[in-house]
Design a protein. Structure first.
Length: 234
């Protein structure tokens, strides 16, 4: 199959590949890990296909898919990501979502594997940008278990940890979704460092509320959970 009409989406294709290359360079993905999708103006999507290293991906290797994840156009033999149901559920649940990024950034994924929510309000940038980050329930990859597990959390969060798996971010556009993954991984590293240094010190509730109230003046888009914790029984 020739990629012909998709040439009009070359800017978006190049941006997806740029994000994929950054994710690999940052060590957030190994082998074929991770997937990225972007919603197009006609309600269809450009996405990474299944089974390709994000270091080697190039614009013509992306797949153009419909709202069911069926291939509209793409390279001969290319198939949709095994996680496309998870991506499509983000778009179904949230009209404001224009891009979805899934990766396995190692420190954030460490929290997902330890089943530890990143829900301590300890660092001003993270409080303003995303708020608490829950670990969503375990789901077998490629099945509806994953979209069903994340759906309730998407109503309040743009950044999620996937139990024993990795991380998921959404945004109005791809750069916003990608930046949220950067914010998550940096916050996970800082939280781990603070833990090793004797423990995080939380910000007062008054100051947390003030920080959340500053989102509009900073022009932050998307959802925020407010002051919300997810402490699980270990
Ligand atoms: P795909 O290659 O099917 O996109 O899957 C990669 C992955 O990270 C699954 O979690």
């Amino acid at each position: 199959m020739e990629c012909t009409k998709e040439l009009q989406y070359m800017d978006i294709r190049e941006q997806i590949c740029d994000v994929c290359h950054k994710m690999w360079q940052l060590g957030w993905v190994a082998a074929n890990d991770g997937n990225v999708s972007v919603k197009l103006e006609d309600g269809t999507f450009l996405a990474t296909p299944t089974g390709i290293s994000k270091s080697f991906i190039t614009p013509e290797k992306l797949v153009h898919i419909d709202a069911k994840g069926e291939i509209i156009d793409g390279p001969e033999g290319a198939r949709s990501s095994s996680e496309i149901k998870m991506h499509l559920r983000c778009y179904q649940e949230r009209e404001d979502v224009g891009a979805v990024v899934h990766a396995h950034p190692p420190t954030a994924t460490g929290y997902a594997v330890a089943n530890l929510d990143l829900d301590r309000y300890t660092m001003i940038e993270t409080i303003v940008a995303v708020g608490s980050i829950p670990v969503t329930p375990y789901g077998t990859p490629s099945t509806y278990e994953v979209p069903n597990a994340i759906a309730p959390y998407l109503q309040e969060h743009d950044v999620l940890l996937l139990a024993n798996h990795g991380a998921l971010t959404v945004g109005a556009d791809l750069i916003t979704a990608y930046y949220r993954m950067e914010t998550l991984e940096l916050y996970a590293k800082i939280s781990l460092t603070a833990h090793l240094l004797g423990g995080e010190k939380e910000i007062s509730r008054d100051n947390i509320d003030r920080l959340i109230g500053m989102r509009e003046s900073y022009g932050v888009t998307g959802k925020h959970p407010g002051f919300k914790r997810y402490r699980k029984e270990k």
